[in-house]
Design a protein around this ligand. Sequence first.
Ligand SMILES: Nc1ncnc2c1ncn2[C@@H]1O[C@H](COP(=O)(O)OP(=O)(O)OP(=O)(O)O)[C@@H](O)[C@H]1O
Length: 277
Amino acid sequence: MTEDQPIISVRGLKNAFGEQVVHEGLDLDVRRGEIIGVVGGSGTGKSVLMRSIIGLQTPVAGEVHVFGENTVGTDATEAVEVRKRWGVLFQGGALFSTLTVSENVQVPLKEFYPGLNPVLLQEIAAYKVVMTGLPADAAPKFPSELSGGMRKRAGLARALALDPELLFLDEPTAGLDPIGAAAFDELTQSLQKTLGLTVFLITHDLDTLYAICDRVAVLADKKVIAVGTIDELLALDHPWIQEYFNGPRGRAAIDSAQRAESTRDPAEQQREGAMRD
Ligand SMILES: Nc1ncnc2c1ncn2[C@@H]1O[C@H](COP(=O)(O)OP(=O)(O)OP(=O)(O)O)[C@@H](O)[C@H]1O
């Protein structure tokens, strides 16, 4: 695939559970290197969309390509090469409670590289743990011994185990206090920059959208009704979009994003401006 081809391309997606149609004619492109936020009311099918992209949900109709490879209806063996290239943080972290943090991180490593020796496995896991801002002594702990924020980081460490190019995050800041959520956003952004990741991020968190998302895709009426920067979305007169971004919580998030921008190191702002130019 070429550099400017979308990393994820979804066309004409339809998902249904019995009579309930969740998606119909859904299209979405995710560009290389972007953090795309996916928003929509509860039950609009954000998680089902993610599951369809990573091959955990077989759609009724439509096409999904990731890195130019079809991910619909492929069996586990066919999908191995493409699955190695993404990492997933499921809603709630989904850590195995009977395994330590280190063992959790080793799960995908053992699955995809069964021959790796135990010392190397431990070293890789220890590195991933520290990379997500956890103290090194979190590695031998069980998830129940960690705070909610630490569990999220442990889940992220596992998602990063295989050095993915693409990261899926399903509501990573849900349940975190505002300080913990902001710290997780910063971590996501710094990892995205350092590792050159593309990030598909499902969230209800307006602060996250303003702080780190390059574009936002809005799910409503069974499809992606709009994709763009928040400014571009604000220019649309769809009632849900206006209510979401221009309601009291949306405006508070804008204010807080503007305050954060104005207190940022001017040298850093200048550097970013220069990079954009
Ligand atoms: N395995 C399943 N079997 C039956 N229905 C399902 C299944 N998975 C999802 N659904 C239904 O599909 C719809 C979309 O679910 P999904 O979890 O994707 O919503 P969401 O947008 O992620 O919601 P939330 O923001 O509340 O997490 C819901 O009505 C849900 O009940």
